[in-house]
Design a protein around this ligand. Structure first.
Ligand SMILES: [Zn+2]
Length: 252
């Protein structure tokens, strides 16, 4: 049984996802995300009285309904200090902070990598974690430079994995926490594939690597794929394994 109330509202998010989940516990709502007035009204009716709106992160498909819900309920907006949003934040949530919702305690964990200031919220005393875009129940998580950071993302996955049993993502249904292990393994697998292209010799662009590694994957967005390649290359560059050479990448 779900420890949270969940409502998916339509948002301009990345396909194949079409909706973003809002979660409610006590007087708190996490990520009221839809910019559409009809969806905002549906969410407000579902939410009832709200005192605080908690944000997992600042991406557009998570914050579109924040101002509307704050205006209709008088709720305060809480987010991490590194979250950049086009409206007033009334309280900056710190890593490890405990939030008393009236129906349970949520503990915030700073989990950057996908977005600066990304937070997840664990229901204290349980393995249930509201996971934002740390993982996805539908589609994949994209790391877009410069805020997309692979080492931070791997660290965040490992940190949450260690204390979670069930992850409640922003997109799609809940997932077993072991999904975080699969995500970590997948990122290392991709890194090995990208290195293999570089090991074949020469200097290449992220787009060329993406064209080779992601060839044949149905529905792949090569622009986003090239961004993933770049995120991994920057991580490898930091580790001294690849370098930029005249605008192209090669093995170091
Ligand atoms: Zn996001």
């Amino acid at each position: 049984m779900s420890p949270f109330a969940v409502l998916a509202v339509r948002t301009p998010t990345l396909p194949p996802a079409t909706h973003t989940n809002a979660y409610r516990l006590g007087d708190c709502v996490v990520d009221p995300a839809s910019p559409e007035p009809a969806e905002q009204a549906r969410l407000a009716a579902w939410a009832g009285p709200v005192r605080r709106i908690l944000l997992t992160h600042h991406h557009g498909d998570h914050i579109g309904g924040v101002e509307a819900l704050a205006a209709s309920t008088g709720a305060a907006v809480w987010a991490h200090a590194d979250a950049r949003v086009p409206f007033e934040v009334h309280h900056r949530i710190e890593d490890g902070e405990t939030i008393d919702t009236g129906e349970g305690l949520l503990r915030a964990l700073h989990t950057p990598g996908h977005a600066d200031g990304h937070l997840v919220f664990r229901l204290v005393g349980t393995g249930h974690v509201i996971a934002g875009d740390l993982v996805a129940g539908e589609g994949t998580i994209v790391l877009v430079p410069p805020e997309g950071d692979l080492q931070q993302y791997l660290d965040s996955l490992a940190r949450v994995r260690a204390l979670a049993e069930t992850l409640w993502p922003a997109h799609g249904p809940p997932q077993p926490a072991a999904l975080a292990d699969a995500y970590i393994a997948h990122r290392h697998h991709r890194t090995a594939q990208f290195l293999a292209v570089l090991a074949a010799g020469g200097s290449v662009s992220p787009e060329q690597i993406a064209a080779e590694v992601y060839a044949g994957i149905p529905g792949v967005n090569f622009e986003l794929a090239a961004m993933q390649v770049l995120t991994h290359l920057k991580w490898l560059e930091h580790g001294g394994r690849v370098c930029l050479d005249g605008g192209l990448w090669r093995a170091a």
